[in-house]
Design a protein around this ligand. Structure first.
Ligand code: DHB
Length: 307
């Protein structure tokens, strides 16, 4: 059986499937549940400086099979309250990555240090939520901002720092290069695509916030293209995210250059059991294709001769 273990940003994972941030509740219990269901690791909901209720409903619109549109508004209990949830998740033995968001480099560094103190294995910086005023893409869309934020966080913590970058820009790979320059140990790509749905009878956007972020199968080709371009420009590991629902989807990302992947919308649609099924399915697919371990397949599509 193919070896599913990978090492990303110095963190050993029992398989490459990470629970994506914000998808399966934010409590310690729900994170622990994802671990018990077979995740290689779990990423927390993005935690910020203070408690936020998020936007009023409706916050989610689902599309049959091909995707999901959401604008939750970064609801979270704040960094003062969150450590108790991490403690509960640690009790299950889970490998935990703490996601943080903030409005500027100094605030990122402060929250990152607090998150590090909870004992998480690594940090993922949310530089890419496509619709929250003052956060996400508003602070992470230029190489200069990304580099400055990553550098400030790296100086404030000892654990590895992963920058989650946005596809809502002309040059996502340029943002990844900036993150590497700032000292990031890995980058994750992509976050949701800025998107909109209109209710024609109500003559207004479906979501209360108006704009939201699109995820799911529809964005897989976009995520693959970003991972492909990033892999050619950086030497740190890339974590692929966007529309992974089958083992074959995951292997596409791996062959494009991802050393691990995050799963979000498939968990929202199918439940947490999908993580274990993906891991079993990937092991079988690697066996079928003659790969002894995940790392043997990382980036192999780049070696193909152009027609
Ligand atoms: C939210 C959505 C995102 O895509 C993201 O990266 C962070 C937060 C949200 O609406 O809470």
């Amino acid at each position: 059986m193919a070896d599913l273990g990978v090492r990303i940003a110095g963190v050993p994972l029992r398989n490459p499937f990470l629970l994506a941030s914000g998808i399966w509740g934010e409590s310690g219990e729900s994170l622990g549940g994802a671990w018990s269901a077979g995740a290689g690791g779990v990423i927390t909901k993005s935690i910020g400086p203070s408690p936020r209720l998020g936007y009023p409903n409706p916050t989610v619109e689902t599309y049959e099979r091909w995707g999901m549109l959401n604008a939750m508004g970064l609801p979270n209990p704040g960094i003062d309250e969150y450590p108790r949830e991490i403690e509960a998740a640690h009790a299950t033995g889970a490998t935990i990555i703490g996601s943080v968001f903030a409005g500027d480099a100094a605030e990122f560094a402060r929250i990152a240090a607090r998150m590090e103190a909870t004992g998480v294995a690594a940090l993922e910086l949310n530089l890419s939520c496509p619709h929250a005023e003052g956060f996400g893409t508003e602070v992470g869309s230029t190489p200069e901002d990304v580099e400055q934020i990553v550098r400030a966080v790296v100086a404030a913590v000892k654990i590895p720092v992963i920058a989650k970058i946005t596809p809502n820009t002309a040059d996502p790979a340029g943002l990844a290069v900036a993150a590497e320059r700032g000292g990031a140990a890995a980058v994750s790509a992509i976050n949701t695509l800025r998107a909109l749905a209109i209710d024609v009878r109500l003559r207004r956007p479906v979501l209360s916030h108006g704009l939201g972020g699109l995820s799911g199968a529809a964005i897989k080709p976009v995520g693959l293209a970003c991972v492909w371009q990033i892999f050619e420009k950086v030497s740190i590991p890339v974590i692929g995210v966007g529309g992974i629902g089958t083992a074959e989807d995951a292997l596409e990302y791996i062959m494009a250059g991802a050393g691990a992947v995050e799963v979000g919308t498939a968990v929202a649609f199918e439940g947490i059991g999908v993580l274990g099924r993906l891991a079993t399915g990937l092991a079988a697919l690697l066996d079928e294709l003659g790969f002894a371990r995940v790392s043997d397949a990382v980036g192999v599509a780049h070696q193909a001769q152009p027609a």
